[in-house]
Design a binder for this molecule. Structure first.
Ligand SMILES: [Zn+2]
Ligand SMILES: [Zn+2]
Length: 606
């Protein structure tokens, strides 16, 4: 007997869901319900406003249908037959969908029980094959994803081959919810998004700022070891700069509206210029203005180009934690991971053709070291290559070959899996992307290393070679973690808020068991601060248990409990979140030295 695929099970569960909703709410108009990577959904137009409370009732109805062991039957019909059927049932969305089936393609219907759907299948043979399912959420969804259309109600669910798989998946979802960086961000006071500042614009509160600063320090240390030079550039630049680079108006859909020059604006106002005209003039370049920086590259290019360069100086490696701004639709914004302003761990390398392999190798070495230090050992790289059949690429084919080979070489030395994906290169050069798997097994696409033959051309960059002639450098863009915002979001979820000591906003909390010990605790705290340890004293007047509970909620790596006796012997009782072996009493000097080492070595929690 044939093995039912997960896809068939999920798609069939979607049909059962639709059948159940139609039984419960007979006025329901159905749209479509496909299987997805993690389950299935179905879109409904139903006068009843669906809420989470409805889901158990719908699940029950689905169980009934499954127990009826309905057969899934496929039937090819003519367009007219399908049209007559769905119009007799007053199913307008189905008629719309029917129109979208290309002429000449067979129209098929799937029926189980009294439910019939316009559908290509495939499905399970009988409804009892759906052994483990669960409805998970409800959301609004525009018909055909177009916001000018009516908003329908979407029910999401998931289904697996058996109960154990379903259980494992639901547990994973539960764990993901606990680790959600938006939730932890609030609880641990890491960042804030304020409507008055603007959606998608991150306010790093003191705790989160510590994490970001520590990460930036760490990355900077590594960059300096590889002879990068740090630079700073402004947040806005003239439109002409981005016209030359090609970022404007080509990518203007994903950029903030340009800022028009003040004097020009006055003239425009006198002329009573309309918005459409203003926009046109900006596009065609007859009006000057500034752009909120969408990319750091053109500014780094201008730093490279601010003096004549000799081959002896190459590679020139310019690095900046550069903040850029992109216009994301408000519906797409999500905590730290989809934002409108973010800081790239950006750098641009200007080098000769021959230097590409070593430079790419260096980039990957840093990434590997940083990911290993953070305990993110499960990652892979994707190499984006040319599509051999396309003419859209600029630069000489022999250079492309060399660059692609350089990326392959560099990737193979990493000792992690890599895939090669033809057609995934940009038109101006091949690239490497990093994909990290977190502890929950979720993939996070981080940043890239990208070879670029285009911008040096557009900005007419040069260096003087050993032959005393001018040559064109090659440029490498690299922002391996993508953005500090996104990367911190990933890290919060990866650690579930339990940061290693070096990243923890508060590394030690001192808990005096009574108010008489507060002064002593504060003296100890001061001494620790001078050693560079981030420490706080819990001087609330409540019981020790309450203090411990607060420390645990704040996920502080170490708690020092100070009692009268301990004070006399200069010892502390330790509760360690990081290293259970450390629990117990210890002389102060000894534990402080241990924590100090843990911070310097960036030790992972064990
Ligand atoms: Zn279907
Ligand atoms: Zn760049």
């Amino acid at each position: 007997m044939k093995e039912e695929s997960l896809h068939e099970i999920r798609h069939s569960a979607a049909h059962v869901l639709a059948a159940a909703v139609m039984r419960l709410f007979p006025d329901t108009k159905i749209d479509i319900g496909p299987a997805t990577d993690s389950g299935f959904y179905y879109d409904f137009d139903v006068s009843h406003k669906l809420t989470l409370e409805d889901l158990p009732k719908i699940e029950q109805e689905m169980k009934k249908i499954i127990d009826e062991n309905q057969k899934f039957e496929c039937k090819s019909v003519s367009r007219e037959e399908a049209y007559t059927l769905f119009s007799s049932k007053n199913q307008g969305y189905k008629l719309e969908r029917l129109k979208d089936i290309p002429e000449g393609e067979t129209v098929t219907l799937y029926t189980n029980g009294d439910f019939t759907d316009l559908c290509r299948g495939p499905h399970v043979s009988y409804s009892k094959k759906i052994k483990a399912f669960k409805l998970t959420s409800i959301a609004g969804a525009y018909f055909k994803g177009n916001e000018n259309n009516k908003q329908l109600q979407r029910i999401y669910g998931t289904a697996f081959a058996d109960k154990a798989d379903l259980e494992a998946y639901l547990n994973k979802i539960e764990e993901a919810k606990k680790r959600d960086h938006r939730k932890l961000g609030k609880e641990m006071q890491l960042f804030h998004i304020d409507d008055m500042v603007g959606q998608g614009l991150i306010l790093w509160t003191p705790n989160g700022a510590i994490i970001r600063q520590e990460l930036q320090n760490f990355i900077t240390e590594e960059l300096k070891k590889q002879n990068y030079d740090m630079v700073f550039t402004p947040h806005i630049g003239k439109l002409d700069l981005y016209r030359t680079s090609g970022h404007f108006p080509y990518y203007k859909e994903s950029q903030f509206t340009p800022i028009v020059d003040g004097e020009e604006m006055q003239t425009l106002a006198k002329e009573k210029c309309c918005c459409a005209e203003l926009s046109n003039r900006l596009d065609e370049g007859t009006l000057n203005g500034f752009l909120l920086k969408p990319m750091n590259c053109p500014m780094h290019i201008k730093i490279y180009d601010s003096q004549p360069r000799s081959y002896r100086e190459l590679p020139v490696r310019l690095a900046e934690f550069g903040t850029v701004y992109r216009w994301e639709q408000s519906g797409e914004l999500n905590g730290l991971t989809r934002v409108r302003g973010f800081t790239q761990d950006d750098a641009h390398l200007f080098c000769t053709e021959e230097q590409i392999p070593a430079e790419v190798g260096g980039c990957l070495k840093i990434v590997k070291f940083i990911l290993t230090t953070l305990g993110m050992n499960d990652y892979r790289v994707r190499i984006g290559l040319r599509d051999p059949n396309s003419q859209k690429y600029i630069g000489k084919p022999e250079n492309w070959e060399k660059a692609e080979e350089a990326l392959r070489q560099a990737a193979s030395t990493l000792g992690v899996p890599f895939s090669q994906e033809p057609g995934e290169a940009a038109f101006y050069g091949p690239k490497i992307d990093f994909v990290v798997k977190d502890v929950l097994g979720r993939d996070w696409q981080l940043g890239t290393v990208q070879i670029d033959y285009n911008l040096p051309e557009r900005f007419n960059l040069s260096y003087t070679g050993s032959d005393n002639q001018l040559h064109r450098p090659v440029m490498i863009h690299r922002a391996p973690f993508g953005s500090m915002e996104r990367f911190c979001g990933v890290l919060i979820e990866h650690f579930g808020g339990n940061f290693p000591t070096w990243l923890a906003p508060e590394q030690v909390r001192i808990l005096p068991i009574n108010d008489d010990l507060i002064a002593h605790s504060q003296n100890l705290a001061q001494k620790m601060k001078e050693m560079g340890i981030r420490v706080a004293v819990d001087d609330h007047s409540d019981k020790l248990n309450a203090k411990i509970r607060r420390g645990e909620l704040a996920k502080v790596p170490y708690m020092f409990v100070i009692g009268n006796k301990k004070k006399e012997t200069n010892q502390v009782s330790i509760r360690s979140r990081i290293n259970k072996k450390m629990d117990g009493s210890m002389p102060v000097e000894q534990i402080l030295e241990h924590i100090k080492q843990e911070i310097i070595n960036r030790t992972l929690p064990c």
